[in-house]
Design a protein around this ligand. Sequence first.
Ligand code: IPE
Ligand code: IPE
Ligand code: MG
Length: 243
Amino acid sequence: MRLPTHLAIIMDGNGRWAEQRGKSRSHGHIKGTRVAKTIIQECSRKGIKYLTLYAFSTENWLRPKSEVSILMKILKKYLKKETSNLIKENIRFETIGDRTQLPSDVAEAIDHSQKATAQCTGMKLIFALSYGSRQEITSAIRDMAELVEKGLLRSQDISAETVSAFLQTRETPDPDLILRTSGEKRLSNFLLWQAAYSEFCFSAKLWPEFTKEDLTLVLQDYGLRERRFGQVKSMENHEQLTH
Ligand code: IPE
Ligand code: IPE
Ligand code: MG
């Protein structure tokens, strides 16, 4: 089966899952973290090379302080507990997003996990944390403008490849497949530039109830898709269509 080289997931629906059970939203985030752990391991075992997980958006800072603080605590705990397992699974951990906005203890935990897994050669796991695609693109434009001002970059040399090279995702191929759970069908400021030719998959399941089996179904669906990148299918099919 053809696998996506890079799978990106918008893990959505933690709050609704908890509310349906009369529990606090943080309960949903805790269960969601457990599901993330299972899906990370499964993706690595299936041979996916890059997995990006949308864990916290720029706009999520606008949630009630108590929820933000619980999410940060959960994240720190996850990193403390799981880094050794990541090493065991040969998974390299990285993040994208504005690290300067994160509480210093969380930033330190990220730093530690990143350094501890830097030598791992298996799947690259990227957490999008305090991430917003518009902010990422804006910052890339600012960096390019600065080089132009200094005479180090000529505006006529700026190509789509140049832009990609100024984004935080510069070392990761564009996502082949973007999955969003919870029935919502939007990107919510996630990988806007990088999604130009991504396939999309929307699951009605809330993230805390998403399973390994659901992942297999999503990957099977992807395997059947034909990606054309604006071109014609293949010469053979093209001839069949025109004769
Ligand atoms: C996704 O679940 C997790 C984060 C955004 C941190 P939500 O918290 O958005 O859950 P819903 O969408 O309100 O159900
Ligand atoms: C997107 O989900 C961000 C994450 C999953 C981390 P949101 O729940 O924040 O997005 P909206 O508000 O429904 O668009
Ligand atoms: Mg949501």
